[in-house]
Design a binder for this molecule. Sequence first.
Ligand code: NAP
Length: 170
Amino acid sequence: MSNHAKTITAYAALSLDGRIASTSHEFVRWTSREDWDFFQSELSQADVVVVGAHTFLAAKERLEHRNTIVLSRNMHDAYGTVAYCRPEIGAITHALAPYRTVAVIGGSFVYRFFLERALIDVFHITIEPVVLGSGIHFLAADAHCEWYFAHATSKQLNARGTVMITYTRT
Ligand SMILES: NC(=O)c1ccc[n+]([C@@H]2O[C@H](COP(=O)([O-])OP(=O)(O)OC[C@H]3O[C@@H](n4cnc5c(N)ncnc54)[C@H](OP(=O)(O)O)[C@@H]3O)[C@@H](O)[C@H]2O)c1
C-alpha cells in the first residue's frame, strides 16, 4: 500500500500487563478520561476508521455514524457509513483509496495485520496504570513484527500515571 498523501495512525490503550480488553466483545471502560478525550478528538479528524469485527460489535453505536471499515473474513453488506473488507492487503488498499487520514483502532488482529506489513505511520500507545490479569493481548497470537518506528515521544496524561507514547517513522 502506498502511503503517499495518506496518513495511517493507530491507537491502542494497554493495561500494565499488555492487554487491550478482558474479553473480545466488551466496551472498554478502564481507560482514563484524558486518553478518551484525546482519542475522541483524533477520531473526529479522521476520514475513516479501520476496526476488527469484534471491536466493531463492542462499539457499534459509537462507530456507525463514522466512515468505518470493518475487517472480517465473512462477507457482509455495507450499510450507511459502514463497509466490510477482508483482511487482505489488496482489498484494504482498495477500501482505503478514497481517504487521506486513516485511524486504525484495533483490536489485536487489526494491530497485528497493520504492524506486520509496516503500514502504520504514527502509533499512539497509552499505558494505563491498571492490571487486568487476563484477557486480550495487544497483538493477536503469533505476531511477527519488527518495530520499524524511528522516533518516539512520551507524555504523562494525568497524575494517576497514565502515559502515552507516540511512535513515528521519522
Ligand atoms: N484498549 C484498546 O485500545 C482497544 C482497542 C480496540 C479494541 N479493544 C477491545 O478489544 C476487544 C476486541 O479485540 P480482538 O482482538 O478480540 O478483536 P478484533 O481485532 O477487533 O476483531 C477480530 C476479528 O476481526 C476479524 N479480523 C480482522 N482482521 C483479521 C485478521 N488479520 N485475521 C483474521 N481475522 C481478522 C475476524 O473476524 P471474522 O471472524 O468476522 O473474520 C476476527 O475474529 C474488544 O473487547 C474491544 O473493545 C480495545
